[in-house]
Design a protein around this ligand. Sequence first.
Ligand code: ADP
Ligand code: PHD
Length: 427
Amino acid sequence: MEKIQGLQVYKFGGASVKDAAAILNLCRIVRDFGPQGPLVIVVSAMGKTTNALEEIFQLAYAGKSCQSQLAALRKYHFDTIAGVIPISFGSEHVYDETEALFKELESRLKQVDLNGNFDEQYDQVVSFGELLASRVLALLLAWYGPVHYLDCRPLIRTDENWRDAGVKWPETERNIAETLPLLLAKGIVVTQGFLGGTADGRTTTLGREGSDYTAAILAYCLRAESVTIWKDVAGLLNADPKIFPDTVRYPEISYRETIEMAYYGASVIHPKTLKPLADRNIPLRVKSFLDPAAEGTLIHDCQHPALAPAFIRKTDQALLSFASKDFSFISEENMAVIFGALAQAKLKINVMQNSAISFSVCVDYSERRVHQLLDLLREQFTLHYNTGLTLFTIKNYDAASIARLTAGKRLLLEQRTRHTFQFVCQG
Ligand SMILES: Nc1ncnc2c1ncn2[C@@H]1O[C@H](COP(=O)(O)OP(=O)(O)O)[C@@H](O)[C@H]1O
Ligand SMILES: N[C@@H](CC(=O)OP(=O)(O)O)C(=O)O
């Protein structure tokens, strides 16, 4: 498709729409700091709505009542809207459309089939967070100028890998090229992050915190000039400031460094976000919605001097150790079986290590998935596992940073490459 001159993509996550003040601040950013030219806005669910919807869905799937949790979520949305725009002549439609979405959500929950596919039904329910936020934001932003609400699900075509859907790029690119330029010619386009759709119209989700990825998908397909993700931090820092007290901001950083940080668990950017942008050389800005005039971080194709060591923490890890039952060595054939089972149970390896007769992997813990894995491998292997662990990664480490982070911890697994030091420990 032909490049749309000056097109920018903004992504606002849950924190930027968590309450009325945050939404008003978002509107101010778009009005006062937004581009003069075409703009696509991708928005996530409000605050912690996705967590709330996960809980609601789990209750429904267990055949339990979720009425009180649903009522709380409904109240949270209506209270937030009322904080932005009290119900009055001219604003009823915001309330009516929110009500209609909650009715739809209720009817979805009634259809939950306890014997049906958990992951597929999860997507049909949990997606309502983004549907609600995007609808509300499009209606509120329309007070400032022309806005088009876009349901991205028919455009972002995915496979049926529920909860972690894979994008079908050629179809997606074609759909977006056919639809977006016409809408953008008329005003700002507001759409949902995190969501996609199958060829037969069922909703998929792209993986938790996947709205950043949506911004990258749209930017890639539209050959956008840049993407800005608006966060509650000053930019990409060398550690999560909620965990580490003395962080530094990277003013400029390469795609390669950032993709590695995201992969190891720096949750400020979804790991899938970087590749589409790097493929088309689209710069990514991380900016603070609390200080929109500040510089933030520019992520692009660049060379830079050595960076300050980056510290990344991933909690809720499990360390699984497999040993062959007959004391035979862990061979390539054994590993193929183990990898196959891990893939089938959808357990992603964060670190692995092998010795003569055992093989260990560190994965994000999911009780359901670990039990599925045990069932698959029980006959061939003895499997031990520890849960409640933490995986720490130091990128661009030095002796001082290792000493600082490992002090007082009992390390269960440790691994070092030229630039990266990782260890798993208790707690
Ligand atoms: N290296 C890092 N730099 C900046 N923030 C980080 C980093 N690692 C983790 N974070 C966390 O990411 C948060 C912002 O991302 P996220 O919570 O996904 O925002 P949103 O949901 O609003 O998009 C920050 O509040 C911070 O706690
Ligand atoms: N709402 C989804 C998708 C997302 O990306 O959210 P956020 O941008 O707030 O991290 C989630 O919480 O997983």
